[in-house]
Design a protein around this ligand. Sequence first.
Ligand code: GAR
Length: 195
Amino acid sequence: MKRVAVFASGNGSNFNSIVEGEDESYQVALLFSDQPQSYALTRAIDIGVKSESLSPKDYPDKLAYEADLLALLIRNHIDFIVLAGYMRLIGPTILKYYKDKIVNIHPSLLPEFPGLNAIGQALDAGVRETGVTIHYVDEGMDTGPIIKQEKVLIEKADTYESLQKKVQKVEHRLYPETLKELLRKDEVVAEASVN
Ligand code: GAR
């Protein structure tokens, strides 16, 4: 079973659904937030998941922040990192240590509408469909090899709120489902290499 850390900066609804999806392939061992006031931290306390927060503002630079964050992850024996609304680029310290072991979810069909406010970007562009992408994380913003995508249709009557609701409904099913597939496979590979 893989010990997963979920990183969230805000609401944490994906964190919640990832915890609800736990099975023999993974366990959420830690909720980490870069925002000490985030609702994700409150959720973690409510559902009994260990939580930690470090504020980048307390560090001179990203290297120092990530050095502490890496130590925290190692202390908690974290195998795999799941970004769920973590609104910060992952730097070289964490990327190097957790090579190919960090995934992200983004509310668009990447490479369309990367960055902030992907849902608003899709509405402003007047496109008929958008969606959800789960991808491995590299040094870029919402770049890295795509693992899974699912479309969401945009109707004429959709507002920001209604579209966000549709997108998040997909996210809450797709993220735990995909993690199980990835981490179960990972387990099999790890066992095979031991024998
Ligand atoms: C999610 O919709 C996620 O796809 C998005 O932030 C939201 C977090 O919601 N992530 C990005 O835009 C990353 N570029 P949540 O805090 O309720 O899980």
